[in-house]
Design a protein around this ligand. Structure first.
Ligand code: PHE
Length: 352
């Protein structure tokens, strides 16, 4: 046991203070505490040794020892606070966030250009009183052809030589295909409602097709149908002129030509002057030298089609049209190849 003396207390205290300054983590601090102030610590030992001294010395050294103990305890508390602050500062420095760094941009999706133009076109017709409905992409032969006055063996089927889906039930094989146009919805809508009818039907169509700058094997159409008493060809032209004006503005030229579709009579196609050659046509691969780009087929609904859905053909007449929205987008935005739409190249898609 250490022989207590004022000197030994003093030198112990000095040593402890010097050593404490070196303790720089919680573990070292605890070791230090055990070494000096613990149950078997050096200072504790000295204080314990006081009991063997006489009264006078005991009082004197006792007071000295207690002061030393208090001092060491206070210094330990101070150093502990210092160490934990230093550790905190180091952690802050390590995890520092530089708020002046530019953020990482999140890539934001957007609507496909076809979706955008389909909405624009359907909005234009909605503004003229048409409602918007949708129909199935896999369609019965009956609606895609039969109900549109294209019976089995009709030459018009050749134009729509298409992608067949084999469907069988108890009744045998039912011919089904990926619809070649949205026109089957004419028959479906009329079968389920009575005039007046005013609908537009956006949707995907599919054809067995050699692709080029203006033809894709799958594409969108927007079908339109208006049936009521007293509807004439003038209504058809008025409505479609108004549509062209809303989409392309006043200055764009519009052309109607006679065309044949078995489910309309008379039938027309509607073209807009070519954006690429400004309607000149010479050597233009977009309009194939014609100066015009066809964007839709249209006509007065054939009486046979009206009769087949049970409408009174003496009372009701109507017009129908089918717009190609990708072609409309090409004209509007100067896109020179329809195949861009579905090749999923972000360099193209992100421009819209
Ligand atoms: N369904 C025709 C096509 O795909 C377009 C059309 C629709 C023509 C309605 C006349 C009336 O080409």
């Amino acid at each position: 046991m250490t022989q207590p003396s004022a000197d030994s207390i003093h030198s112990l205290t000095q040593r402890a203070i010097l050593q404490l300054a070196e303790a720089s983590d919680a573990e070292a601090l605890e070791q230090w505490r055990v070494a000096y102030l613990g149950r078997r610590g050096e200072l504790t030992n000295i204080l314990r040794g006081l009991s063997g001294l006489d009264m006078e010395q005991r009082r004197e050294l006792g007071a000295l020892g207690n002061r030393a103990k208090t001092e060491l305890e206070e210094r330990l508390a101070g150093r502990t606070a210092e160490v934990s602050r230093a550790q905190q500062d180091a952690a802050f420095a390590r995890d520092r966030i530089d708020v002046t760094l530019p953020g990482r941009p999140t890539i934001q999706g957007r609507l496909h250009p076809t979706t955008q133009i389909v909405r624009e076109i359907t909005d234009a017709f909605a503004g003229m009183g048409f409602s918007i409905v949708e129909g199935p992409e896999v369609e019965w032969d009956r609606y895609n052809f039969e109900m549109l006055n294209i019976p089995e063996g009709h030459p018009a089927r050749d134009m729509w030589n298409s992608l067949w889906v084999d469907y069988r039930d108890e009744g045998g094989r039912q011919p089904m295909l990926l619809r070649t146009h949205t026109s089957p919805m004419q028959a479906r809508v009329m079968e389920s409602t009575q005039p007046p009818v005013r609908v537009v039907v956006p949707g995907k169509c599919y054809r067995y097709e050699a692709t080029d700058a203006t033809h894709e094997w799958h594409f969108y159409q927007i079908e339109g149908l208006a049936v009521d008493e007293g509807i004439t060809f003038a209504d058809l032209k008025g409505t479609l002129y108004e549509f062209a004006r809303r989409l392309f503005g006043e200055e764009r030229r519009v052309r109607f030509r006679c065309d044949y579709f078995p489910f309309v009579e008379p039938g027309v196609d509607m073209s807009i002057d070519c954006f690429s050659c400004d309607g000149n046509g010479e050597g233009c691969r977009i309009c194939r030298d014609s100066g015009w780009i066809e964007i839709m087929g249209a006509g007065m609904v054939h009486p046979k089609v009206l009769a087949d859905v049970g409408y009174d053909t003496e009372k009701y007449t109507g017009f129908a049209f089918g717009v190609g929205p990708e072609r409309v987008a090409m004209l509007k935005y100067g896109i020179d190849d329809i195949r861009h739409f579905y090749s999923n190249d972000l360099r193209f898609l992100s421009q819209f």
